[in-house]
Design a binder for this molecule. Sequence first.
Ligand code: DHK
Length: 157
Amino acid sequence: MPRHIAILNGPSLNYLGQREPEVYGRTTLADIERMCRERAEERSLNLVFFRQTNHEGFMIDWIHEAREAQAAVAINPGSWATTSIAIADALKISNLPVIEVHISNIHQRESYRQNSFVSKVAKGVIAGVGFRSYLHAVDALADLLPLSDDGQLAGPR
Ligand code: DHK
């Protein structure tokens, strides 16, 4: 049985490739999804869903959906990192690892981007290596989700 992960994207990440390319690069979210799917397959992970929303309630529902699917989460919360206790609370319910992803290095940017509520509940944070932040997040989840001797997911944690 494959190991499950979900990748979630917050507001305005649908404009990756066009949005402030000097900060976020020219890679689109569709490109990132394709690369994440390839990497997940290479790492024996089942990418259950890859989604983006500009609506906080949808994001919370999807975090709950990931939990029900026993999927570990990689999330780029965008600006919700610093505004949404609701998203951090939803992530906290998960009994599987959460990796926070940022394309840019938020710690080199405006101070209002730096106090992430999501970081408080995430197992790890990957920021500043462009679209590759997502691929490192997939690798991190692959390393965190143990395989048992028969190649199966050992169980939730
Ligand atoms: C993306 C955003 O939309 C911003 O609000 C964050 C993050 C940074 C990123 O680097 O991926 O501050």
